[in-house]
Design a protein around this ligand. Structure first.
Ligand SMILES: [Zn+2]
Length: 227
């Protein structure tokens, strides 16, 4: 069971190493393509916030036409715990609140924040599915390679995960800088400054001080699942 599925920019480069096609990516290309995927996500988060500065994550999700289903179960399959699933064709996100609660508790994170981060992650998958194009296709490798013969083309699924990390990280960071949505509505005061400080600390705790964690992306019923 993993605590934190959300690494920072440098750690997220290691996502690539878990990709099925990792060995086909030249070593000199790896950091470059990982950072490009991260930046794609970060840019999308900046643009999303600019487009609707007062919206919270639930309003963003609604604005994109997504429905969110909250399922109370702690979704454990085998030895993996899944936090959420996204279904592009159905425009639907399933949040496994039981699993997310455990994740939040083990990391001293308010459930509300944990939900926000995970929803942002899934929202990115929706944006890449509908608007941005799949980040996984930013770099293609041959599906099969024997000697100098190559067949087919495969995308790198880990790049989509890195993009989603960049998106969720940047989203959370930017919302924190402005003290959350309420600050935009004229409630900036000492209490919010304290809140802002706490968010910064929480962000550091989430992304910097914790070991990197595996995200296993498995295709099931056309959806992607997040451990
Ligand atoms: Zn993901």
């Amino acid at each position: 069971m993993k605590a934190f599925p959300f690494p920072d920019k440098i750690n997220s480069r290691q996502e690539l190493a878990r990709d099925l096609h990792y060995h086909k990516i030249p070593a000199a290309e790896r950091d470059k393509i990982a950072d490009r995927a991260w930046e794609t996500g970060a840019k999308a988060a900046r643009e999303l916030i600019q487009s609707l500065p007062d919206a919270d994550i639930y309003e963003h999700v609604k604005h994109e036409g997504l429905t969110v289903e909250f399922n109370e179960k702690d979704n454990v399959v085998g030895n993996l715990r899944y936090f959420s699933e996204y279904f592009c064709a159905k425009k639907k996100i399933i949040m496994y609140v039981g699993a997310i609660k455990k994740w939040a508790e083990s990391n001293k994170l308010a459930l509300e924040k944990a939900l926000e981060i995970i929803l942002a992650h899934e929202l990115y998958h929706h944006l890449e599915c509908t608007k941005l194009g799949l980040t996984s296709k930013q770099y293609m490798v041959p599906t099969l390679q024997i000697g100098r013969f190559k067949w087919g083309k495969s995308s790198i699924l880990a790049l989509s995960e890195i993009g989603a990390h960049g998106f969720a990280y940047t989203y959370y960071e930017l919302q924190g800088k402005k003290g959350g949505v309420k600050a935009k509505k004229g409630l900036m005061n000492a209490a919010i400054n304290v809140n802002q400080f706490r968010r910064t600390k929480a962000l550091e705790a989430i992304y910097k001080t914790n070991p990197l964690i595996r995200i296993v992306q498995k295709k099931r019923k056309g959806g992607s699942q997040h451990e």
